[in-house]
Ligand binder design. Structure first.
Ligand code: KG4
Ligand code: ZN
Length: 353
């Protein structure tokens, strides 16, 4: 029997087992991570090495530096995750990895590592979409959450409103027409001299600012539930430069708060419009930007007002991590979706067809 035939045979046995423990690897951008997750819902370990310090000097992620750092750290993260879970590689039931979307060189490191581990230990291999992973971070925080629900995925590379119709079944309700929300936060932060990635610090600074200090446009979009952040970002950068040239004193905290309010109101208003018009009964947030304080408060307020529950990942699971990949992989495994050793990095992998 070849590797895939053996995996299929192992899968049949696994599907009848009481507990399934998956070792997951994530390396799509600037975090090298490994985790062990039980039954898609329980984190046994979650090791993350963040490369932020390596990229901060350049004001953004440098793909080549990211790939090299992943190569250096990936084995260590896997060892750490297994050690923290109190398990050996042979005791896990399957190996999962993010295969896209992301930086091709970065993805390749995780994919190669996971393939080698799966082959060496003769375990089924599961390729996971990074965005699906972000959505599944909610399953780790909320054991009661089951599809269907709507999920606003906002990260450095994505801003999508999805309908999660079932495990692994997604439909796009709305999406950004240009920049992602995280990207817009990072670029706005840069003009305020906040180091990369600026989103979290801009958020913190905004807490002391006046969100009405700087009027900003509310962009129009084609679709009712679509987003647009590029015009907003340019308007913000121009307004800051103009104010500086005229010698006007606007506090950085006020500028930050104005920008944050404009991004968050757009995200919240459109998601809630979709909830009302489409009769969505449960809302969730996911992705790095779901850690944003104002977004969490405003979405909570709006969902309370509408009388629907809001699910948000724990702050530690909003950014990139491997536990969320282990959660998504569990549902792939239950559906019998396993990969062969030809699994490859797919930088532009989509969640919907
Ligand atoms: O999901 P993530 O870790 O990586 C991607 O898949 O892109 O998201 C990273 C993005 C960055 O743009 C970062 O600035 C942003 O999430 N971010 C935030 C906050 N925390 C992280 N943006 C606004 N407010 C935050 N608190
Ligand atoms: Zn991410």
């Amino acid at each position: 029997m070849n590797y895939l035939e053996q995996s299929r045979a192992a899968l049949k046995q696994l599907q009848t087992r009481e507990h399934i423990r998956i070792l997951a690897v994530e390396s799509s951008c600037d975090e090298t991570a490994a985790a062990v997750v039980e039954d898609g819902r329980r984190i046994l370990s979650n090791a993350v090495f963040t490369q932020i310090d390596l990229h901060a000097l350049y004001g953004g992620v440098v793909p080549e530096i990211a790939s090299r750092a992943h190569v250096e750290k990936v084995d260590r993260m896997v060892d750490q995750a297994l050690k923290d879970a109190g398990m050996t590689l042979h005791e896990v039931d399957a190996v999962a990895v993010t295969c896209g979307p992301g930086l091709v060189g970065a993805l390749l490191v995780g994919v190669s590592c996971a393939k080698a581990l799966a082959f060496a230990a003769n375990k089924p291999l599961i390729g996971v979409n990074h965005i699906e992973g972000h959505i599944c971070a909610n399953f780790l925080t909320h054991p009661d959450l089951r599809p269907p629900f709507a999920c606003l995925v906002v990260s450095g590379g994505h801003s999508h409103l999805f309908s999660v119709e079932d495990y692994g079944v997604f439909r796009i309700l709305g999406q950004t027409q240009d920049d992602a929300a995280g990207e817009a936060f990072d670029k706005a932060a840069r003009v305020l001299n906040i180091p990369y990635p600026g989103g979290p610090l801009l958020d913190k600074l905004s807490e002391e600012g006046d969100p009405h200090a700087l009027p900003l446009p509310r962009p129009k979009t084609e679709g009712r539930y679509d987003y647009s952040f590029s015009g907003l970002k340019t308007a913000f950068i121009n307004a800051v430069h103009n104010a500086r040239q005229k010698g006007e004193e606007i506090r950085d905290a006020d500028l930050a708060a104005s920008f944050r309010a404009a991004v968050v109101s757009q995200l919240t208003d459109r998601a809630m419009l979709a909830a009302k018009e489409l009769g969505l009964s449960k809302m969730a947030l996911a992705g790095g930007v779901s850690a944003n304080r104002l977004l969490r408060r405003e979405m909570q307020r709006a969902c309370d007002e509408m009388g629907i529950p809001l699910y948000m990942p724990a702050l530690s699971l909003c950014g990139d991590n491997a536990a969320m990949i282990g959660s998504a992989a569990y549902y792939h495994l239950l559906r019998g979706e396993i990969a062969g050793l030809e699994l490859n990095a797919r930088p532009a992998l989509r969640l919907t067809v």
